[in-house]
Design a protein around this ligand. Structure first.
Ligand code: ADP
Ligand code: MG
Length: 610
């Protein structure tokens, strides 16, 4: 600031003040949809239609069948700080509606070509006001059923800078779709219809029954058909707090936290601590990079929550936050414990401490050794994509073979001193391989270990001759949400480089024609769904390298032996041998150890034999 200039304080014209407010409230087309939806809900609507053209910049039109606004009040709706929802300071601390600031309508109208039409039940026809860039015309008669229709055209026409900050049309459309889905989750008694460029994207009929019963019916439509059958219901009341909702069974998880929704008195909130409590409740049940699905509906007296802390009302503040997070954590823990069949066995500290996760890489096994006949094939590969040769390569993703006689052979025929990871002795709980090594014992997490092996093989194939591909006899159709189909369609070339041939199959499905040969007979359905989650997670700024690794890692996970898969001794030994030849094999792709060792010395110590 130059000191020589005398200060002049300008009182900004209304239109400019509204545009400044719009900067906070109307960040993007989805924020307009959010405000208009909230107004419709506050008006008691039971059916809301949302039409969006040109990703919201061309036109957004929201029609509801709520109680409407009469002629006298219509011009007031356009004024700043004009609201029918609160009147006194006390009201501000006991909010029963979504809106209360009286800001959204004037803010939106200041940055668009805006028409609001409305009709109350005792009016013979509707009334309408048109506003362009904050300048309003007179009220005029119009035709409309009881309810309100707001049409927003040319959003940001007079604030071009704001337009520049918008993401691609696809991103904006996705934002709008997920916003409507989110709002619809907590309002099952209201019907929602979303049309994007004239195509119906969502058509959710109004459901009857209480929030819980009706909500359950809506879950599948929004979170996927398979969520309801994998969901655990929560319904607890502690003092004035009530928590209802659904969380996924620990075996049902996804690769992002995109499917976690929290609502406070029906208001969608993005509260890190609420979702943090959810994460904490699952912390020992899910891998670090896996996330539960959840819909959490928290209800509490409005005076115990301050909703006036965020311009778009996306955050709230609780009077007794600790109680809220505590209730959330303990109720989710409780329902998870009720549904877990495993009791937790406490190991003695001494033993757990004695087990060592390997620090240094394995000494490479001598490759001249002939590995078991079922060993991995590291034969050099032909250039480019090609059919996988039907070698004797192990397919750990295939259903287990019936036991053959050979399996009962004693383990003596592999000399446990020959290989760093020794000879397989047994499989424990279908999940861990116990091996006898030269100076102690090795316990391997079969899934984690195999995942690393597959991942590294993938990387090797990518870096050398390209990924081996296997054509599916029958293309597999995977049903997805339309926005997911679009997303995957934009990445088909990238995915083809990984051996995954996938193409759109109508607006709500993709068809998989070929998969990477390394993945064997893995579950194509769940792999594609996980890849979609991945693609959502990855930002435009993510480097290509990171994108590749993330995709590889997701695929590797699906191509790996699951826990609870019985392995023959040959298979176990083959895996140990593959691990010895794989770089970075001591950690899985998620950084967890793939095996631990316990030396003879430590064993003796534990049993007081020294
Ligand atoms: P707020 O929602 O915070 O009150 P808005 O600027 O969003 O402020 O809306 C101003 C007023 O216009 C509301 O208080 C309400 O009385 C009226 N209004 C807006 N949209 C609708 C609608 N769809 N149905 C009925 N009344 C509406
Ligand atoms: Mg409002």
């Amino acid at each position: 600031m130059s000191q020589a200039q005398p200060t002049t304080i300008n009182i900004l014209p209304h239109a400019l003040a509204d545009q400044i407010a719009a900067g906070e409230v109307v960040e993007r087309p989805a924020s307009v949809v959010k405000e208009l939806l909230e107004n419709a809900l506050d008006a008691g609507a039971t059916q809301i239609t949302i039409q969006v053209d040109g990703a919201g910049l061309e036109r957004i039109c929201v029609t509801d069948n709520g109680h409407g606004i009469d002629r006298e009040n219509l011009p007031k709706a356009l004024l700043r700080h004009a609201t029918s929802k609160i009147a006194t300071t006390d009201d501000l601390f006991s909010i029963h509606s979504f809106g209360f600031r009286g800001e959204a309508v004037p803010a939106i109208a200041s940055v668009s070509d805006f028409t609001i039409s409305s009709r109350t039940p005792n009016s013979e026809h509707a009334w309408q006001v048109h506003v362009r860039g904050g300048v309003a015309d007179d009220v005029a008669p119009a035709a409309l059923n009881v309810g309100t229709e707001v049409e927003v055209r040319e959003l940001f026409f007079n604030t071009p800078a704001r337009r520049k900050f918008l993401k691609t049309d696809r991103t904006e459309k996705m934002q709008i779709t997920s916003l409507v889905q989110q709002v619809a989750l907590a309002q099952p008694q209201v019907g929602f219809r979303l049309e994007l460029d004239g195509t119906v994207r969502l058509d959710l009929p109004p459901l009857s029954g209480d929030l819980f019963a009706a909500g359950e019916q809506r879950l599948g439509a929004i979170l996927g058909k398979d969520f309801p059958e994998n969901a655990l219901a929560i319904d607890v009341q502690r003092d004035a707090l009530r928590l209802r909702g659904w969380v996924s069974h620990p075996t049902f998880h996804v690769g992002s936290n995109r499917k976690q929704f929290a609502f406070v008195n029906g208001r969608p909130v993005s509260d890190r601590r609420l979702l943090g409590a959810l994460k904490q409740a699952y912390h020992d049940r899910l891998a670090k990079d896996r996330h539960p699905l959840a819909v959490l509906l928290l209800e509490l007296p409005p005076e115990l929550v301050d909703v006036n802390v965020h311009p778009a009302k996306a955050e709230v503040r609780f009077r007794h936050g600790v109680d809220v997070y505590g209730l959330l954590y303990s109720s989710i823990r409780h329902v998870l414990e009720q549904h877990s069949t495993q009791g937790s066995a406490a190991g003695t500290q001494e033993i757990t401490q004695a087990f060592q996760a390997p620090m240094a890489p394995l000494p490479m096994a001598p490759t001249v050794h002939s590995v078991t006949s079922a060993g991995p094939s590291y034969a050099p590969q032909a250039v480019g994509m090609r059919e996988a040769p039907r070698t004797a390569a192990l397919d750990f993703t295939a259903p287990p073979q019936p036991k053959t006689k050979g399996d009962e052979q004693p383990f003596a025929e592999i000399d446990s001193t020959t290989y760093p990871l020794g000879a397989a002795v047994a499989q424990v709980h279908g999940t861990f391989i116990v091996a006898q090594a030269a100076d102690g014992l090795v316990v391997v997490d079969q899934h984690a270990a195999h995942e690393r092996v597959v991942y590294e093989k993938f990387k090797h194939q990518m870096a050398t001759d390209g990924v081996e591909q296997q054509q599916l006899l029958l293309p597999e159709v995977v049903e997805l949400a339309p926005e997911d189909v679009e997303l995957i369609t934009t990445r088909t070339v990238e995915l083809a480089a990984f051996g995954l041939e996938v193409e759109p199959f109508g607006p709500r499905a993709v068809q998989v024609r070929a998969t990477p040969a390394l993945l064997g007979r893995s579950d194509v359905q769940s792999m594609v769904k996980d890849l979609v989650e991945d693609l959502h997670q990855l930002k435009a700024t993510t480097s290509l390298q990171e994108r590749l690794e993330s995709t590889l890692s997701t695929m590797a996970c699906h191509g790996s032996i699951r826990a609870n898969r019985t392995l023959s001794r040959d298979e176990m030994n083959a895996l140990l041998r593959q691990m010895e030849q794989t770089p970075n094999s001591a950690q899985c792709n998620h950084g967890r150890p793939t095996y631990v060792t316990l030396s003879l010395k430590d064993l003796e110590k534990i049993f007081d034999r020294h």
